[in-house]
Design a protein around this ligand. Sequence first.
Ligand SMILES: Cc1cc2nc3c(=O)[nH]c(=O)nc-3n(C[C@H](O)[C@H](O)[C@H](O)COP(=O)(O)O)c2cc1C
Length: 164
Amino acid sequence: MKTMKITELIKTRRNVKQFKVDPIHEDTLNSWLEAASYAPNHRMNEPWKIIFVGKETRAKLNHKTNFGNAPIVIAVLSEGSVTALQRDENVMATACFVQNFLLAAHEEGVGTYWSSMGAQPQNREILNVPENDDVIGVFGIGYPVEVPNAKPRTPITSKITYLS
Ligand SMILES: Cc1cc2nc3c(=O)[nH]c(=O)nc-3n(C[C@H](O)[C@H](O)[C@H](O)COP(=O)(O)O)c2cc1C
């Protein structure tokens, strides 16, 4: 795949629904996670945690499409905190971490599927999530069977306000 500019990478990443069985090497995956950890984060607290979801746990989660049969499933957590502001900031930083990861995978032609099912109480339990942590998402990762078309976005000018 030819190298894409970051803006092109951002615009061409899609939420992939169906994956090929082709494996992804652990080292490669870890290199994307490591790159993702350069995300902005307040006071360098690096609030993200990654859980590799194995076969048995995955079966217990009983996802409607089995994460599109992705060869890899991970959950990304954001560490809880004593204050609401700090917790929000942790979620913000972890969302930045996730986007970095999604783009690093996409750059190598690997697709990702974001499921919010991990936030449900029964799934938190299955994933053994510490009480105060937030589940940002459970992600299927693999080579896409097909890449959906981009859903059109609202013109950004309609989202901008200028203050004097
Ligand atoms: C916080 C969050 C939760 C999401 N949860 C789900 C989900 O449970 N199931 C799903 O199919 N997509 C989920 N998505 C993916 C969105 O549906 C997807 O990003 C959106 O439709 C835009 O498509 P695109 O990512 O291909 O541009 C989630 C995305 C975010 C940011």
